[in-house]
Design a protein around this ligand. Structure first.
Ligand SMILES: [Zn+2]
Length: 257
């Protein structure tokens, strides 16, 4: 019985660590405190979690070189609150600056998706293996509503998995045909499609060009067919990520030097 309990705690710690980096440690702390003070874990864990989420981790991450992205700023905000709640919205100060400036100067409201965890280079934010050093972030495209009017709505709840496909999209098909089953996998990660929207090519292009203009930007991934249909053919920093990654016609991946 005792071993089962220990194993259950261990599983929970591993799951929380994979999803949030620091959640496993918070659970461990809740276990210790609940033993010491005879308080139920179900009370102590949520309180501790939110104290860490709102106060302790943002300030300690800053000391170690990463900053939390804004949560309620209209110009730069997460697709939903799950990203900050799961500690998935930390970046290097240079990347934060770049995003804030790009949003201000283009007057485009940037919606971010997965960024990085608060601490340690080399600790990946799964399923994105490369989001491990504060220098990477995924951003939503801009969209038009059903009447063709620019909107800040996004097509899926998670921000991933609704592809802006086009007639020229040979890459995705060829990667899938070659057996790279994971290429199409984000379609299972929408957590619900809520808005019927089409790609706002003008604003998306404007945002990408602004991000590329910065000398800090190292590269940016979007699907080759989008690069072509947005008229971004001469942009050297836009790369194709290869078939081993997932397709990038549902979001922009940006990374700085
Ligand atoms: Zn990415």
């Amino acid at each position: 019985m005792r071993i089962t309990k220990v194993l259950l705690h261990l599983c929970l710690i591993i799951i929380l660590t994979v999803l949030t980096q620091v959640g496993g440690l918070i659970w461990l702390l809740a276990l210790l405190l609940s033993k010491k003070y005879q308080v139920k874990k179900r009370f102590i864990f949520p309180i501790l979690y939110f104290v860490f989420n709102l106060i302790i981790i943002p300030s300690s991450a800053k000391l170690l070189g990463r900053e939390q992205l804004p949560i309620f700023d209209e110009q730069l905000k997460p697709r939903n609150l799950v990203y900050p709640i799961l500690f998935r919205n930390y970046v290097n100060p240079e990347l934060k600056d770049l995003l804030m400036k790009a949003s201000k100067e283009t007057n485009i409201k940037i919606t971010y998706l997965d960024a990085n965890f608060p601490f340690f280079d080399g600790f990946p934010l799964l399923p994105h293996l490369s989001h491990n050093d504060g220098k990477k972030i995924d951003l939503s495209f801009m969209y038009l509503d059903e009447y063709g009017i620019a909107t800040n709505k996004k097509p899926s709840i998670s921000g991933y998995g609704v592809f802006s496909n086009s007639e020229n999209n040979k890459t995705s098909k060829s990667c899938i045909d070659q057996g790279y089953w994971q290429y199409d996998y984000p379609k299972y990660l929408t957590f619900g499609t809520i808005n019927k929207l089409s790609l706002n090519k003008n604003s998306t292009k404007q945002l990408i060009q602004k991000l590329l203009k910065s000398s800090k930007t190292e590269k940016l991934f979007i699907e080759p067919h989008l690069k072509q249909s947005l008229g971004l053919n001469n942009e050297m920093k836009i790369r194709f990520h290869g078939c081993r990654a997932v397709r990038h016609d549902d979001h922009i991946h940006l990374q700085i030097k």
